[in-house]
Design a protein around this ligand. Structure first.
Ligand code: GLN
Length: 570
């Protein structure tokens, strides 16, 4: 039986529970332990696939085709454990399962209740993570903030779980905030005391506190937190702000978090080292030799979570090329032919990520055209590949009005059209072409050079595809089909001849990039951006845009309500 770590969050949201959980995973893997990570999300949606990015950020797609929370991306980037459908559980899934059973009469006439039926179903999902597999530790992160009504059944379930498996087999880690009050010039522990108090009311006494803070916690402050929250002093771990998220495991290790966990869980372990992680990831991320400026053109650029894996994959490619990748997030709706030069001044790589719906498409097409004509390295992903196709049809083949049938059903040139298997689909949730599928690479293509392989597996999330009826006409004009699905059925990668590096994929390579193993396509994209003659290698001058607030997010999601059902909002 594995040992369990349950991670809760207190005081406020957005403290980085996902990164903390992933970092603990990394730390324990470094001790030779086999770790699995899981996230429990309290919302009623079955998965985030139908949510607007303003509400939820990126939808992370797993190998087995589950549409999941973006924290699962952190789990895969920080650890070697693969994640799949079982690793993300939502209230929606739990209720769906329990109600389906009830309809089948499986509860034999009893009243179906939150306790025990919902909590039993939750506990079952926690056990499912390690079923048939050998893990030493299962780390389960509970979404939301302690005190929320909606996470109560999850907390009650993990409380019962620990009671059932025993104290030596499960611990609670609570991530909390120690705010610095500028006027008083002091760090304050009261919110943490309250949040631990709230946890205790539901019967959970945390064993370890991870304290998010912008200042160092003094020994006496740690002592005070330990005393009032009833944890050991060396189980009060400072989680201070760091420059790179990949530093977090190092910060935890410095304070002996791994030792504390192993002691509480009575686990035998090797000494373990994060030396390679430090050298190959953190040191390189923090002191790069070169600089390169990349534009990411999308409609959710004011929300850094919306393209999380893309930004991370760009960072990894930077690490692999010893370069700092400075990302300019360009709002697609603002791009016009007349202002392209301004937007892309100093930019030596343009990336158009995935997306759904009509809004901002014309700006993306203009960005593609700019990259194509000015020979700026271009990387299109999913919708980005579809835009590259539409742009080529319109501007090179001269097909006026060419489009995707997603945006104009009556287009005279439907160069992107609905996948055959999609035509009868009615429900929106979980019905796209999803998950890892093989792609055959043609020799002598940029893709083949990057991957150095004939076949790769990549993850998908789309309904539309390159319309095969037009293959010949495109190819005659220098539009290369560099990767196809088995049997050559679907176009998976396109490239342009007579361009230094113009490549676009129907799949999402960003989901498979790791800090110590940059994705080959991202790595090559950044390498070419660095080689571009206009790369000034200059200092950063793009301050990141202001993030929008939660309230604003909700408002925008509402405004976009008509398009906000997963693929409509995207
Ligand atoms: N909207 C497009 C499709 O459904 C692209 C999807 C995406 O970029 N993930 O095919």
């Amino acid at each position: 039986m594995p040992k369990y770590i349950f991670i809760t969050g207190g005081v406020v949201s957005s403290l980085g529970k996902g990164i903390a959980s992933a970092s603990i995973g990394r730390l324990l893997e470094a001790k030779g332990l086999k770790v699995a990570l899981q996230k429990l999300d309290p919302y009623i949606n079955v998965d985030p696939g139908t949510m607007s990015p303003y509400q939820h950020g990126e939808v992370y797609v797993t190998e087995d085709g589950a549409e999941t929370d973006l924290d699962l991306g952190h789990y895969e980037r920080f650890t070697s454990t693969p994640v799949g459908r079982v690793n993300n559980v939502t209230t929606g899934q739990i209720y769906y399962e329990v109600i389906t059973k009830e309809r089948r009469g499986e509860f034999l006439g009893v009243t179906v209740q939150v306790v025990p039926h919902i909590t039993d179903a939750i506990k079952e999902r926690i056990r499912e993570v390690s079923r048939g597999k050998r893990f030493d530790i299962v780390i389960t992160e509970i979404g939301g903030t302690v005190g929320d009504i909606e996470s109560l059944p999850f907390l009650e379930a993990v409380r019962q779980f620990r009671h059932e498996v025993g104290r030596e087999n499960a611990i609670f880690v609570h991530l909390t905030l120690i705010p610095f009050i500028r006027a008083a010039g002091e760090l304050k522990t009261k919110p943490t005391q309250h949040s631990v108090g709230t946890l205790r009311e539901i019967g959970i006494q945390p064993d370890i506190l991870l304290c998010r803070t912008e200042k160092r916690l003094s020994k006496s402050l740690k002592g005070k937190i330990a005393l009032f929250c009833d944890v050991e002093e060396n189980a009060v771990i400072e989680a201070r702000d760091v420059r790179s998220i990949y530093e977090v495991p190092l910060v935890f290790k410095e304070q002996g978090l791994d030792e504390v966990i192993c002691r509480y869980l009575k686990i035998e372990y090797k000494a373990g080292s994060l030396h390679a992680w430090k050298k190959e990831v953190v040191d390189k991320a923090l002191s790069p030799k070169h600089t390169v400026k990349i534009a990411v053109v999308g409609k959710y650029v004011d929300l850094k979570d919306a393209y999380k894996s893309i930004y991370e994959a760009l960072n990894h490619a930077g690490i692999a090329n010893d370069a700092q990748v400075i990302v300019k997030r360009v709002f697609s709706e603002k791009i016009l032919k007349s202002n392209c030069h301004q937007h892309f001044k100093g930019i030596t790589g343009i990336l158009v990520p995935g997306g759904f719906g009509m809004r901002g498409i014309e700006g993306k097409l203009t960005a593609v055209q700019y990259a194509r004509e000015n020979k700026i390295p271009f990387f299109g992903i999913c919708l980005g590949m579809q835009c590259a196709t539409i742009e080529f049809a319109r501007d090179v083949l001269g097909w006026k009005g060419a489009n995707s049938t997603e945006f104009n059903k009556k287009t005279p040139y439907p160069v992107i059209s609905l996948l055959e298997e999609q035509e009868k689909v009615e429900n929106l949730g979980g019905t796209m072409r999803l998950g890892a599928l093989p792609c055959h690479l043609k020799k002598e293509t940029l893709a083949h050079k990057a991957y150095k392989a004939d076949e790769v597996m990549e993850r998908h999330r789309h309904r539309y595809e390159f319309n095969n009826q037009y293959r010949d006409e495109f190819q005659k004009q220098g539009f290369k089909i560099a990767g196809v699905s088995p049997g050559g059925k679907l176009v998976e990668i396109i490239e342009l001849e007579e361009h230094p590096w113009f490549l676009a994929t129907q799949f999402h390579p960003e989901f498979k990039s790791k800090p110590d193993r940059a994705h080959p396509l991202f790595r090559e994209f950044i390498r070419h951006a660095l080689l571009h003659p206009q790369n000034a290698n200059g200092a950063a001058d793009f301050s990141p845009k202001e993030e929008i607030s939660r309230a604003e997010r909700a408002e925008r999601a509402e405004q976009n309500g008509a398009e906000s059902a997963g693929e409509r909002a995207g």
